[in-house]
Design a protein around this ligand. Structure first.
Ligand code: ZN
Length: 371
């Protein structure tokens, strides 16, 4: 095994190419993984399109680079200094490579560490038959979790962190979740699994709203068919006139941000996850924050490794079924169709999973009953 197929970003323009690349050699504290399943993230879509963010964040000089960071696979080689991970381990990857020596990490906030490097952004990713990663970010999967589910644990971790916040005090509470992208839909499922009593889901695409229903939304509002005032009245009517305990902002639009600060009750929590197209942007600072006494929690990444641990338990024990959000499966060679699905508007897909190995793909299609 010297060469492998990989999806490579070759130049500063739309698209990527399937190329033959050498199989990477792991560094002494890295491992080599045979990819069983890998899923397309919004970040990959940014890089695929080569939008201003990726041009600035990655830069044309770093190309060619292999895309991808959401993954499940089998360890086939370990570097000489690896201690914890062994050949044969079934793992997924925390994609934020933290520097354990920086202050933020030392204080426990590894996910926002200062010298952060990101798999598939700062170096070659996992849209390939093999990829290499540091042992420190390998997460052992429960063998009962199939690869197409294990691969999506990375965004599921974003959802878990957004829902649970720092104190995980959500049981019996009410929650608004905005947006109908994959992470909003995962958040609905996590909220349901963790005992949120009433989940009000705001979205605009019928196909994805239906997935939100299947993931456990109690009430839904289509933001294209309602005014901000109607939405606020609806939420007040369903929360005894108080507003929700927790509002998850997962869109990044002015409307969605305004909804969240209006709908959260006094002394509640607003979680900021959506990335605004334009920043800074106006917020009703006095009424939305100061006089409300609300908390604002910014989400960048996942709480390492707390969210991994909780999600593994939820998945392995059948408490959370994220499969309605996994809408499409493709062989890796058909990655471009997968990206088209992700880019298509109105949305008719959520999570797209790719398989380098044809047998693995066939098995997944059979078990999932979808392609
Ligand atoms: Zn991701």
């Amino acid at each position: 095994m010297d060469s492998m197929k990989a999806v490579v970003k070759t130049g500063p323009r739309l698209g990527a190419e399937l190329l033959d690349k050498p199989v990477p050699k792991p560094e002494p504290d890295w491992v080599l993984v045979k990819v069983r399943a890998t899923s397309i993230c919004g970040t990959d879509v940014h890089i695929y399109k080569w939008d201003p963010w990726s041009a600035q964040r990655i830069g044309a000089k770093a190309l060619p680079q292999i895309l991808g960071h959401e993954v499940a696979g089998e360890v086939v080689e370990v570097g000489a200094h690896c201690k914890r991970i062994k050949v044969g381990d079934y793992i997924s990857a925390e994609t934020h490579i933290y520097d354990p020596g920086d202050l933020t990490s030392m204080l426990g906030s590894f996910h926002v560490g200062m010298n952060m490097k990101i798999l598939g952004v700062d170096f070659d990713g996992c849209f390939a038959e093999y990829f290499a990663l540091p042992e420190s970010i390998c997460w052992p999967n429960d063998p009962s979790i199939p690869p197409w589910v294990a691969a999506i644990q990375e965004p599921l971790g974003n959802a878990a962190y957004a829902v649970l916040g720092e104190d995980a005090d959500v049981a019996g509470k009410t929650m608004v979740i905005t947006g109908d992208g994959p992470i909003s839909l995962f958040a609905v499922g996590v909220a349901r699994a963790c005992g949120v009593a009433r989940i009000i889901h705001l979205g605009k695409y019928d196909f994805n709203m239906e997935i939100g229903r299947r993931m456990g939304a109690d009430l839904q509002l289509n933001t294209n068919q309602t005014t901000p005032k109607e939405r606020l009245e609806f939420v007040m009517d369903h929360t005894g006139g108080n507003g929700v305990d927790i509002a998850l902002e997962m869109v990044g639009s002015q409307n969605s941000i305004d909804d969240c600060f209006a709908m959260v009750r006094k002394a509640g929590r607003v979680t900021a996850f959506g990335i605004a197209a334009e920043s800074p942007l106006p917020i009703d600072y006095n009424n939305g924050i100061v006089f409300k006494g609300c908390q604002i929690h910014g989400i960048n990444g996942r709480k390492i490794f707390d969210t991994w641990y909780r999600n593994r338990n939820l998945l392995a024990n059948g408490r959370l079924d994220p499969t309605p959000v996994i809408t499409n499966l493709f062989p890796l060679a058909e990655f471009a169709t997968g990206f088209d699905k992700m880019i298509e508007r109105p949305r008719k897909s959520a999570k797209v999973v790719l398989f380098p190995d044809k047998e693995e793909y066939d098995a997944a299609v059979k078990q999932m009953g979808k392609t």
